[in-house]
Ligand binder design. Structure first.
Ligand code: DX5
Ligand code: ZN
Length: 227
């Protein structure tokens, strides 16, 4: 019997938007056919950068209907899940490398009725995800070192994706960092179905065309993936 195929989704990352025009950037994603918006939250400790807080999520929630996926690059995600859920997050992604109790934090996201996911940094082995496979709705694979947009895709993360895809054939698996048409196609061939792209989509002349092309490329590449 053929297993259900997870839906291909393209999420622009607001980190690459003009910070002075965030509402416009949210609307641009929605009007371009995006499947959701990705919000990068940085605390200056877990990553060497600062970005946005719950107010940005709240404003995005008021501006668009798109699902909001909040990526917590913070040392203590347990402290921040409440404020971000209250500010409209539909999905909360925490890092397994952070200092909270991962299982407890995932459970508390689920108890609040939201999607919960774990994120793995490029060097973190697949085994780090194994204890949480039954608890999560999504696994996010960082394909750059978190903290900054505009970096180059690290392709040696791809075998780890294939390893996990074999274990969870229908789960949402996402990639974040250095995603463009070429790297999205490669990632899909290894089993990714959610593509997060900041610089590539916000710098695009036509975001609608790029999202549609990425969707088609991912569909084609997915057909060739044999996980
Ligand atoms: C990096 C962030 C990414 C970032 C990706 O720490 O998690 O979401 O926005 O940006 P690009 O697509 O420019 O690599
Ligand atoms: Zn991110």
């Amino acid at each position: 019997m053929e297993s259900a195929k997870p839906k291909i989704q393209i999420l622009p990352s607001l980190l690459a938007a003009n910070v002075g025009r965030l509402e416009e950037a949210c609307l641009r994603a929605e009007n371009s056919g995006a499947d959701g918006l990705h919000l990068d939250i940085m605390d200056g400790h877990f990553v060497p950068n600062l970005s946005m807080g719950p107010e940005v999520s709240r404003r995005a929630r008021q501006t668009v209907k798109l699902p909001l996926s909040v990526h917590l690059m913070v040392m203590r995600p347990d402290i921040f899940i409440g404020p971000f859920i209250e500010a409209g997050a539909d999905t909360v992604l925490i890092h397994v490398e952070a200092q909270s109790d991962t299982l407890m934090t995932l459970k508390s996201i689920k108890e609040k009725g939201r999607r919960a996911g774990i994120t793995l940094n490029p060097e973190t082995p697949a085994e780090a995800a194994f204890p949480f496979l039954k608890e999560v709705d999504e696994i996010l694979f960082m394909t750059v070192h978190p903290g900054f947009g505009g970096q180059k895709f690290i392709s040696n993360v791809l075998p780890k994706i294939a390893e996990i895809r074999k274990l969870v054939p229908t789960m949402d698996l996402s990639v974040d960092g250095g995603i463009n048409q070429e790297t999205a196609g490669k990632s899909a061939a290894y089993g990714i179905n959610i593509f997060i792209a900041g610089t590539f989509l916000y710098d695009a002349g036509n975001m609608t065309t790029e999202i549609e092309t990425m969707r088609q490329r991912a569909k084609t590449a997915w057909c060739s993936h044999t996980a």
